[in-house]
Design a protein around this ligand. Sequence first.
Ligand SMILES: [Cu+2]
Length: 70
Amino acid sequence: MVLSVPGMNCAACPITVRKALQKVPGVAAVKATLSPPEAVVTFENSAASVEQLMEATRNAGYPSSLKSGN
Ligand SMILES: [Cu+2]
């Protein structure tokens, strides 16, 4: 699943986003990049929802939206 995270603007931002996503139960792997500004998340669908993942980035200061995937 890929989240678009347009608020990321420097090299530290993807680290913050990755840490926030990794705290969500059920998340197995996160790859956050500045260019393109997105986060690729591998997670257990039975344990976490896309809404929870978007909430996690929003709470970290980076509102996100679903770009692709389930
Ligand atoms: Cu930054």
